[in-house]
Design a protein around this ligand. Structure first.
Ligand code: FAD
Length: 347
């Protein structure tokens, strides 16, 4: 049975840094919103691609890591209590007879919104799948592309497949938590493309026997009825080894997919949405595009530029939603109205 659309004034597609800042700026305009992301968590590129790397060009923050920036933004949007819908990839956007936009996710949820903010970055982040015929049948039960709840992993033989930061970090976390019966890291070569400290930590845990490391390439799997029981690995010596598995966590990287966004009838240039620089509105009234997804003369794909775009887009949305109200520029330092919205009482 299809679920009823969630009605809202504003919907933000993408919970990267610019999507989060859009939520904050909408909040200052007293516009509450819903936020959707294909990923199971907020953060976009800084969380997915460089969580531990330093950023030096955020005004007022001399240095912080990608993840720290996202945590600060999450804290900043908290007063506005956005409704976050994780793990939803937006597929469709259709104009309704009353002018609102019906926005639908691949997972079956829809939203009816008066304005839409596309903060989709370089596209929906989609994990690279394990390329074994038939293995997709176990997805969500025994095969995962994001770390599942602890209860799923407790007391189990867990195999973590991958050679980059996320695979190593997850394997180390599982060992440290003592949650699983046995943790095995599987990678096709004995060389990791990961942070040096993580590689060092993995080598140490392997040396002490806390973490098992198997160098091999998955080529097949074994099952009993509908239960995955083992992963078949092609070993460097040409032999095939069967590795018992209860839960298989695969981290082969993520690739952004622009996907259906290009079919929403919005003007595009080189896979980016064309916007005007006074409102950051696209060619469709009420649809704004901010951050890496947009283009205009002089565009720079920087977080700072996205923050500016989202700020002006929020002003434009306020004018769209409340056309009879005079717009006044207010400062967060001195405006009692903004203090009220932020839930703060200075002095
Ligand atoms: C290694 C690296 C280092 C960088 N360092 C810096 C730096 O030092 N300073 C700087 O200013 N910038 C830096 N950048 C660039 C910066 O990360 C981007 O400009 C910024 O992340 C753009 O933010 P965004 O919110 O527009 O998009 P993103 O961060 O890409 O977030 C977009 C989100 O939208 C979601 N999404 C997309 N399509 C859909 C859909 N259809 N349905 C649901 N969800 C969807 C995605 O899953 C994603 O989470 C760096 C980038 C990289 C890769």
């Amino acid at each position: 049975m299809a679920t009823l659309p969630i009605e809202t004034d504003a919907l933000v597609i993408g919970a990267g840094p610019v999507g989060l800042w859009q939520v904050f700026q909408l909040g200052l305009q007293d516009i509450r919103c819903h936020v959707v992301d294909a990923l199971p968590h907020t953060g976009g590129q800084p969380s997915e691609l460089y969580p531990d790397k330093p950023i030096y060009d955020i005004p007022g923050i001399p240095v912080c890591s990608g993840q720290e920036l996202i945590e600060r933004l999450q804290q900043q949007v908290r007063p506005f209590a956005p409704a976050f819908h994780a793990g939803h990839t937006i597929d469709t956007v259709q104009r309704q007879p009353d002018g609102r936009l019906l926005v639908g996710s691949r997972q079956g949820q829809s939203w009816l919104t008066r304005c839409l903010f596309v903060a989709a970055g370089v596209g929906a982040f989609t994990p690279r799948p394990l390329n074994l015929e038939g293995v997709a049948a176990f997805e969500g039960r025994q095969l995962h592309y994001h770390r599942p709840a602890d209860a799923t992993l407790a007391g189990r033989d867990v195999v973590v497949h991958g050679g980059e930061d996320e695979a190593l970090r997850t394997a180390l976390d599982l060992v440290a938590s003592g949650l699983s019966r046995r943790v095995t890291l599987v990678h096709r070569r004995d060389v990791f493309q990961a942070d040096e400290a993580l590689v060092l930590a993995v080598r140490e845990r392997v040396a002490t026997g806390q973490l098992h490391l198997v160098i091999g390439q998955p080529v097949g799997f074994e099952q009993t009825e509908d239960h995955l029981t083992a992963l078949n690995l092609a070993m460097p010596d040409g032999q095939t080894q069967s590795l018992p598995v209860d839960q298989l966590l695969v981290f082969l990287g993520i690739s952004p997919r622009l996907g259906p966004l290009s079919q929403w009838g919005l003007a595009m240039e080189r896979k980016q949405l064309v916007v005007s620089t006074d409102t950051f509105q696209t060619n469709e009234p009420g649809i704004y595009a901010v951050g890496d997804i947009n283009t205009y003369p002089g565009k720079k794909k920087l977080i700072l530029c996205g923050f500016h775009e989202a700020t002006l887009a929020a002003f434009a949305a306020a004018a769209q939603l409340r056309p009879d109200e005079r717009q006044m520029l207010q400062y967060t330092t001195t405006s009692p109205r903004l203090h009220q919205l932020l839930g703060v009482s200075p002095n």
